[in-house]
Design a protein around this ligand. Structure first.
Ligand code: SAM
Length: 259
């Protein structure tokens, strides 16, 4: 069967001007935009990000797909079964479908499952993935800090799947990124306090969006929960690249030559 092409398009962390040129071109030429959202009544973050650049195009369908934020396999499977039917109908009629996904499609993205399943459901289908600016890049930019330098190592943790081993991770890596924090914030803050790293951590919600919020004293957001777009970055800053030590920190930031 001649299926339409399936595109997975990363649309960046929130600011519409962080969409790539390739993402905009792909989204504009697709017959169907598949737009994930977390409830039937809620807005799609992907659509909010792309609407200013892509707009409503004559003849292009906007297919909103609901994926509840749930760890219950049966609920998630039901949502996917419904989505596969809708996406499949379009692909089987030869239409191209661009699945827009927040940040980058390779990182905790709804598109990941579609990418794995598509060749099985639609053998021989052409799939193209367009990378996007991930929150992993947007958050350090908002904080004005490097994630890692020289020999430093990074860990990425989906906190909503448990932080029991956080102390060990904080000890083993120079920089730890906690995503999908949800209701784990009190446990994250407690673990950071126990590890003596609370002052090395920053919390960023909705990086690059108009509602962006940066908190450097995590004790003040101990009870915070529920922001779907929030991340904690813990940077020990104990090891640096080859030039560290040669340049005073203030000179390194401004590019001033040391005296
Ligand atoms: C389901 S994952 C999707 C990640 C996305 N694919 C990416 O590349 O950034 C959602 C998590 O990403 C992080 N996140 C996504 N966008 C963010 C933003 N604009 N600011 C802060 N964190 C963000 C949060 O930790 C959130 O819980």
């Amino acid at each position: 069967m001649n299926y339409g092409t399936l595109y997975g398009v990363g649309v960046g962390p929130g600011a519409p001007d962080l969409l790539t040129l390739r993402a905009v071109a792909t989204l504009k030429r697709a017959d169907v935009l598949a737009l994930p959202r977390s409830s039937d009544y809620g807005a799609s973050m992907a659509w909010r990000i792309i609407e200013p650049a892509v707009g409503k195009i004559n003849g292009q369908e906007r297919l909103f797909l609901t994926f509840p934020m749930s760890k219950e396999p049966a609920r998630v499977r039901r949502a996917w079964d419904a989505a596969f039917v809708k996406i499949g109908e379009r692909l089987e009629s030869g239409k191209s479908v661009a699945f827009a996904t927040e940040g980058d499609p390779s990182l905790y993205s709804t598109f990941g499952y579609l990418l794995r399943e598509a060749p099985r459901r639609w053998p021989g289908i052409r799939i193209e993935v367009t990378p996007g600016v991930s929150s992993i890049a947007a958050v350090p930019a908002a904080l004005g800090m490097p994630l890692a330098d020289g020999l430093e190592r990074i860990a990425i943790i989906p906190a909503n799947y448990g932080v029991d081993d956080l102390a060990a991770i904080l000890g083993a890596f120079d920089t730890t990124i906690l995503m999908k924090i949800g209701s784990e914030m009190p446990r994250v803050v407690a673990a950071l306090e126990r590890a003596g790293l609370i002052d090395k951590a920053a919390y960023v919600a909705k990086a690059t969006m108009p509602e962006q919020k940066i908190v450097t004293d995590l004790r003040s957001v101990r009870a915070e929960r529920g922001d779907c777009f929030a991340m904690v970055v813990v940077a020990r800053g104990e090891r640096k690249g080859v030039l560290a030590g040669d340049v005073p920190p203030e000179a390194a930031l401004t590019g001033v030559e040391p005296a």
